[in-house]
Unconditional design. Structure first.
Length: 372
């Protein structure tokens, strides 16, 4: 298939409610939706995610990279376009940009074959994926209320953002309130987003072990694998690496250091679905578990992560895909829904989702096109 046209639309979408991590609060999510069309009329969708926590101006830089790659993609055969993306690794083109085009190419290829992207990635892909709820509300009262809501929604696993408390005791009180609201039968995992040094992480995790914690995600500063390994050796709760999982080489360093038993893979941060799948293969071969999550994306990015998660082995931990409701709009005509803690893959081929053009127009801040 030859690519006839590439369109892109940059957007800024406000969060539906406050969203906070140990790195601070966020008010909106920026990104770029990529739409490529082949000469045969087959369309493919992808999403480029703005790195959380950067200044608004970084969206301009992202747009510039998208324009650059779009011009190179137009008129190329899709196989040649995939090779081009692989060649761009290490060229200064961000992984997020490569991810958007990688996803769009896979969406188009799967649609052309009449199969799902998950099936294109793996013959053993599942039809649904268990997902976790996310609680980022600060304070004991708000966190308890949010925990009660997600329990009522029949989630089986909950991730609680931590690392915002001033003391170990304050952290313990909030986790205790959430566990009490969830009850003993709901799995509870914690995500510190690298907020602690090794000593603080060890003290905090040991103090929280009584609350039956599934695992703790990124307890120490990204890049300090020695500190993370020290935490892993000192606590009973399993440790997951997130921000340290950026590509295959970085993931191998985490595994070689013995820093974590679980890798958190974000396809929009890893360079796309194909690079993310290579990270998964590496982790599974090393005996580690994998959790696939979004980067708080619109529905296109969530759908891509869902298809990747569907390729994980049965019995894998719940994945962080139930994030579409955090934004004012997921930009989809039909949202991806969670029922009984599960997210089902759409029945349509490819990613199985369609853009809501009116919603995309409402949040658009820039657009462009490259064609033959």
């Amino acid at each position: 298939m030859r690519i006839a046209r590439v369109r892109w639309t940059a957007h800024r979408i406000p969060f539906a409610r406050g969203f906070a991590t140990s790195q601070g609060g966020q008010t909106h999510r920026g990104g770029v939706v990529v739409e490529l069309t082949t000469e045969d009329g087959v369309a493919g969708l992808g999403e480029v995610a703005q790195t959380p926590g950067r200044e608004d101006g970084s969206l301009d830089g992202l747009i510039s990279l998208v324009e650059q790659v779009a011009r190179q993609m137009a008129c190329r055969d899709t196989e040649e376009a995939r090779s081009l993306l692989d060649a761009l690794e290490g060229s200064g083109v961000e992984r997020a940009t490569r991810a958007g085009f990688d996803i769009a190419l896979l969406d188009a290829a799967a649609r052309a074959q009449g199969i799902s992207v998950a099936r294109l990635l793996s013959d053993d892909a599942r039809a649904s994926v268990e997902v976790n709820a996310l609680i980022s509300a600060p304070g004991v009262v708000a966190s308890r209320e949010e925990a009660a809501r997600v329990r009522a929604a029949d989630f089986r696993t909950v991730k609680l953002k931590v690392g915002m408390a001033a003391s170990v005791e304050e952290e313990r009180a909030r986790v205790a309130a959430v566990r009490d609201a969830l009850g003993p039968d709901v799995r509870l995992r914690l995500d510190a987003n690298g907020a602690w040094d090794a000593d603080r992480a060890i003290r905090t995790i040991v103090a929280l072990e009584a609350y039956d914690i599934e695992f703790v995600e990124q307890p120490t500063t990204p890049g300090d694998l020695i500190a993370m390994r020290r935490v892993r050796d000192a606590v009973r709760v399993p440790i997951a690496a997130d921000e340290d999982v950026t590509d295959v080489a970085a993931s191998r360093r985490v595994l070689d250091a013995g820093a974590a038993q679980i890798l958190v893979v974000k396809p929009l941060a890893a360079g796309g679905l194909r690079p993310a799948r290579r990270i998964i293969d590496l982790a599974l071969q090393a005996g580690a578990q994998v959790v696939v999550t979004t980067t708080i994306d619109t529905g296109v990015g969530v759908a891509a992560a869902l298809h990747l998660a569907a390729t994980l082995p049965h019995g894998s931990p719940a994945c962080g895909l139930a994030t579409g409701g955090l934004l004012e709009s997921d930009l989809l005509r039909a949202p991806l829904v969670v029922r009984d803690g599960l997210m089902r893959l759409p029945d349509a081929p490819g990613l199985g989702v369609d853009l809501d053009g009116d919603a995309l127009e409402r949040y658009a801040v820039a657009r462009g096109e490259a064609s033959a």
